[in-house]
Structure formats: C-alpha cells, structure tokens
Design a protein around this ligand. Structure first.
Ligand code: ATP
Ligand code: LTN
Length: 334
C-alpha cells in the first residue's frame, strides 16, 4: 500500500524577547510531542516582531537565540524545517495579496490588536493592524493541516480559515483550510504578578514572567513572589483564585498531574510549601534546557548554516502555493 503523506504542522514564535514559560507550555512543548507524527515547519517570525519597535541588534540576537531554544527544547533539526520568516520573501508577497481579501471590520475585532494598541499607544502602525494577514500567509503558504498555538491565537486561526475559504470560493481549491490545535493544559499561562493577564515575553515587569533563560534561583524566587490570595488553600478556581490556579497549571504541565491530584498532594500544606515545590520542579526542568541551549549558542556557525539551508527548503514549498495564487489572481507570468 502506498504510504500516506504525513499531515503538515506549521507554527511560529516572535523573536521579541527570550521565550517565557507561557510560550514553552503553550507552544514549543507540544510541538516537541507532535514532531514524530507530522511533517513540521517551525518559524521564527521576525517580520511579525517588527510590529512593535525593536532594537536591530537585539532582534538579530533574539532570532538566533530562538533557533537555539527550539533545538534545546527538543525539536529535531533533521526532522523539522526550522527557519527565519524574513528569509522567505513569499511570506511578504502572499501577505500583500491576502491584505486585499481581508476586511477592516474583521481586523478591528482582533483582541490582540486591541490589547497591543493599548500597550503601544505611541506606535499603532498599519502592520500591527494587518498582523493576522501575515500570520494567515505563513500558514496558508505551506498547505498546513494543523497549527499548534496557545489560546490567545484562536481568533487569528479563525480568520486564517475564513480567508482560505473566501479565496477558495472565488478561485477554486488553492489553500488547505487549517485547523487550530490548542493544548488542554498550558494553553494560557498567566502573569505571575497580574494573574488575570497572560504571561508575555515583552512585559515590562520581569517578575511577571519566567524566561527560559532565568537563573534557576531566580525562578524559585519569582514563584515565591507570585501574587496569590489569602485563603491559604491550594484549590483550582481560576475565577476566584487566579494566582493559585495558574501555579497549579504550571505544576500540572511539569508533572502531568491533574488538578485534583495536586489539591490532594497539598491538602494540608500552606502556599509556602506549594510554591517551593513548584519553583524547584520548574527550576530543574528549565535548567536542563538551559544546558543544551548554552552548548548550541557556542556554535553559532552550526545554527546559521541550519537556518540558511532550511530557508531554501521552506522557500521551495512556499513557491508552489505562491505561483498558484499569482496565476489565479491574474498576475502576468514573468
Ligand atoms: P509578545 O509578548 O512579544 O507579544 P508572546 O509572549 O505573547 O509575545 P508570541 O510570540 O506572540 O508570544 O507567541 C508564541 C506562541 O506562544 C503562540 O503559540 C502563543 O499562543 C503562545 N503563547 C504566548 N503566550 C502564552 C501564554 N501566556 N500561555 C500559553 N501560550 C502562550
Ligand atoms: N501570531 C503568533 C505567531 C505566529 C504564528 C504564525 C503562529 C506568526 N505566524 C503562524 C502559528 C502559525 C503569535 O503567537 N503571536
């Protein structure tokens, strides 16, 4: 029997800082689990990162660092195409075309746009507004089946699906209509200081997030300082106890234990003991990743060669979809 082609996965992270525990549990950890069964592309979306002003040297540094982090977390560079978005011009080209198929009203509804325009009131640029069109281009260029992301990206995936269907209805079957894949645990890790907001790598207060490169002692301290409540009972109740529930989610992601098992484990203990256990467990798993990360960062030549080769592989796949699209919309062949 003919072997069936594996389904394709596509996902990406912005090199807008060092990735946090939220990016790890919401995205990368799941990619690692899925990589065996799918044909995967994992992108460093540097063009998306430009929607917020970046220091050029830092953007370069963060981009290469994110490549190393992907590998350190367990993505296999032989099995997956790990590459930099700006190395493949097809993303920008499809983005333009999809802009012309997206309505202002659709983009106006995006909660990420609303949230980021509040946070960056001095720079509400057109790129921030059309950000979801570029994300749709990333996904649709590769005829993606599945997009593993955190909960905050659900709305963008819906828009991507709408655009694919809209385009296909006019021009025939050009794009595969992708599905989102949002994990059960870890899809929304919250800020340690304001547990009703999501943890974000570009937040101002470094105590609000745990960076994957934080010193292990600092991780333990940040968890100790995490905002909780005064009830002193370890109980899962995101509405009334967002801080404790967030720490329970984090602990659940590390250990695989469910909420009721965690409640039982800490039934007769206060928050102090619970926080130390979570902090220590976290510090241990993050420092194992850091050891690999540091080794990889000592061989920048290897990382640069990898992304250069992978850009060619990605560009080849992307070019097939892009040529089809150009033909359909009526561009004259060269
Ligand atoms: P920024 O702060 O620069 O906006 P971010 O930390 O929100 O960045 P992204 O690069 O936008 O991260 O997201 C990369 C991936 O991580 C996406 O799949 C996103 O859904 C996931 N993710 C981001 N934050 C969290 C979180 N707090 N919990 C779970 N998943 C998250
Ligand atoms: N918008 C995403 C990052 C992103 C992405 C993608 C995720 C850009 N392109 C394609 C999945 C597939 C975010 O997390 N902010």
């Amino acid at each position: 029997m003919e072997e069936q082609r594996k389904k394709r996965i596509y996902s990406g992270i912005q090199p807008s800082g060092i990735i946090t525990l939220g990016n790890y549990f919401g995205a990368v950890k799941n990619w690692v689990e899925l990589q065996e069964d799918y044909d995967c592309l994992f992108c460093i979306v540097d063009m998306h990162a430009l929607t917020v002003r970046q220091v050029p040297a830092d953007l370069r540094k963060n981009s290469l660092s994110l490549v190393a982090m992907y590998l350190a977390c367990g993505l296999d560079p032989e099995k997956n195409i790990i590459y930099i978005q700006s190395h493949v011009p097809a993303h920008a080209e499809l983005n333009w075309i999809l802009n012309t198929f997206t309505y202002m009203g659709e983009l106006n509804r995006m909660t990420q746009f609303k949230e980021k325009s509040q946070r960056h009131a001095e720079n509400i640029n057109a790129g921030l507004f059309t950000y979801p069109c570029l994300m749709a281009s990333d996904i649709l260029l590769y005829q993606t089946d599945l997009v593993p992301v955190g909960e905050d990206q659900r709305q963008h995936i819906e828009l991507t699906r709408d655009l694919a269907v809209r385009f296909n209805n006019i021009y025939g079957d050009v794009f595969k209509v992708p599905e989102g894949f949002i994990p059960k645990a870890g899809a929304r890790i919250m800020s340690l200081q304001e547990p009703t907001k999501k943890m974000s790598k570009s937040a101002e207060d470094a105590n609000s997030y745990i960076s994957m490169l934080d010193d292990p002692r600092n991780i333990v301290n940040k968890i100790k300082r995490a905002v909780t409540d005064s009830e002193a009972v370890v109980r899962f109740d995101p509405e009334n106890k967002p801080g404790i529930s967030n720490l329970m989610n984090i602990y659940s992601c590390i250990t695989g234990k469910d909420h009721s098992a965690i409640e039982a484990e800490f039934a007769s203990q206060g928050y102090g003991a619970f926080k130390s256990t979570v902090g220590e467990a976290l510090a241990e798993s993050v420092s194992a990743i850091q050891v690999k990360y540091n080794q990889l960062m000592n061989d920048k030549g290897y990382l640069e060669k990898l992304i250069s080769e992978n850009a060619d592989k990605a560009a080849y796949i992307a070019s097939k979809t892009l040529s089809k699209v150009k033909k359909k919309v009526g561009f004259l062949p060269k």
